[in-house]
Design a protein around this ligand. Structure first.
Ligand code: FAD
Length: 437
């Protein structure tokens, strides 16, 4: 079968993109290397869209959760991943969890039997010249990764992530924290600074070195990133004052409440253009998530912190999308290529499938000679897409889950529960208007 478009990678994103294009009437060549004698270190089967770890697509609450809203939007747009997940759902409270084998078999059968899909079990080693979607995920095979590096610039392709926690701006106590840059002369006040006394610092240091961490998987252990992006707890183990000479350095930061430099300072830097999200500088960590929440809330000013993302370090492959991709996921330097899924720097099964869905729809519109504008930023799909393709800070770009911090803020002061409802109501109305248009 000749094809209109080539999709490389039959994971969450590639499968969803293939479905959207095939349903729109376009011939798709879907290349998946598993099943051709190739493997990744994480996948266990040859099924498409395999869930490599948890069997959960997380919250299905479309009233109060950004992930649930994303599910709802994808259902409205005819998602294959959601169709099969719903069909193979297992009890999991308000989460959408699935019988992983039934679900993946369902996705595979739907695509394999679709008259517009040519599923080819092959490893692709070079970027195609014709229209294509690259959806090879966090474990992209080496030769293709080198080709992507050549097309995007080696520095724009990462082989691991180093996630520092991200905090919602409105949960930071600015009666304790203050805006300033180091040696601030009043012109730039780019950082939010949280001061620590000696006792607070020593207790925090003890918490770091005794905290329980998530171990590296065997195949991650040799990833050559450890020195460059050292976890904060490893830095802390090197000596009680190592952090005070590193990311928690207090010099040049006058606390306005005392007029003096604190014993140590935790700095947060803006993480998205709208200023709703702030990352804790240098705090990439392997500490378990519950441990991170407990410990980081002992930082003065962050005692009520709400986290949009917690820290982590993993083997990963992703490009610096905010500078490389246009708003419809095309590589600016080679617009016949789109990227989709985790390789764009989104994080998670459902986010990857959502970006795959949009890549498929954008490509289908283009093949039909139409232009599809991205969904509004008030929707979950639009907020995530907007972050990836320009809203995120380029220099500190790291993988991101969907969360309300990516949405334009709701004006005025409202109770947290009401605010979540306002986000989702606004998102539903925006998606309906976009679909109608
Ligand atoms: C170990 C691990 C655990 C994870 N756990 C979770 C979790 O519990 N929950 C969660 O939400 N997210 C989790 N993630 C993240 C999750 O994997 C991704 O979010 C999701 O699978 C990404 O979807 P994707 O389609 O971008 O990539 P994938 O689903 O990985 O699909 C990419 C596909 O491309 C194929 N491929 C790669 N290179 C080539 C090539 N050159 N030619 C042809 N085919 C190729 C691969 O075989 C794969 O099938 C985990 C990731 C990893 C690595």
């Amino acid at each position: 079968m000749t094809h209109d478009i080539h999709i490389i990678g039959g994971g969450l994103a590639g499968s969803e993109a293939a479905w959207q294009l095939a349903e729109a009437g376009f011939k798709v060549r879907l290349s998946e290397m598993r099943g051709s004698g190739e493997a990744t270190p994480a996948h266990q089967s040859d099924d498409l869209a395999e869930l490599v770890c948890s069997n959960s697509f997380r919250s299905d609450d479309a009233e109060a959760n950004a992930v649930g809203l994303l599910h709802q939007e994808m259902r409205a747009l005819g998602s294959l991943i959601l169709r099969e997940a719903d069909k193979h759902r297992v009890p999991a409270g308000s989460a959408l969890a699935v019988d992983r084998e039934g679900y993946a078999a369902g996705v595979t059968a739907a695509l394999d039997s679709h008259p517009n899909v040519n599923l080819v079990r092959e490893r692709v080693d070079a970027l195609p010249d014709g229209p294509a979607i690259v959806a090879t995920g966090p474990l992209t095979a080496t030769a293709l990764a080198q080709g992507i590096g050549a097309a995007t610039g080696a520095e724009a392709l990462a082989f691991f992530d180093a996630l520092a926690p991200i905090v919602h701006r409105d949960s930071i106590d600015m009666d304790i924290a203050w805006f300033a840059s180091r040696w601030d002369k009043g012109e730039t006040k780019d950082y939010i600074n949280c001061p620590m006394t000696k006792d607070e610092y020593l207790a925090f240091h003890t918490g770091l070195v005794t905290g329980e961490t998530t171990p590296f998987k065997d195949w991650e252990k040799d990833t050559p990133y450890f020195e460059g992006c050292m976890p904060i707890e490893v830095m802390a183990e090197r000596g009680v004052d190592t952090l005070r000479y590193g990311p928690m350095k207090p010099v040049g930061l006058d606390d306005p409440r005392t007029g003096r430099w604190p014993h140590a300072v935790v700095q947060l830097r803006q993480d998205n253009a709208s200023g709703t999200l702030w990352n804790i500088v240098g705090f990439q960590t392997k500490l378990k998530h519950a441990e991170q929440v407990r410990l980081f809330r002992t930082i003065p000013g962050l005692q009520n912190a709400e986290f949009a993302r917690l820290g982590g370090l993993h083997r990963n492959t992703f490009i610096r999308s905010p500078e490389l991709l246009d708003p419809t996921l095309r590589l600016k330097s080679r617009p016949n290529l789109r990227f989709a899924g985790q390789i764009t720097g989104c994080e998670g099964y459902i986010e990857s499938a959502g970006i795959g869905l949009m890549a498929g729809r954008f490509a289908a519109a283009e093949l039909a000679g139409r232009t599809l504008s991205p969904p509004p930023v008030e929707t979950a799909l639009g907020a995530l897409l907007g972050h990836i393709t320009g809203g995120a800070e380029v220099e500190t770009y790291q993988p991101m889950n969907v969360n309300f911090g990516l949405f334009p803020p709701i004006p005025g002061r409202t109770k947290k529960a009401d605010r979540k409802r306002m986000y989702t109501d606004r998102g539903r109305a925006a998606l309906a208007a976009w679909m109608a248009a």
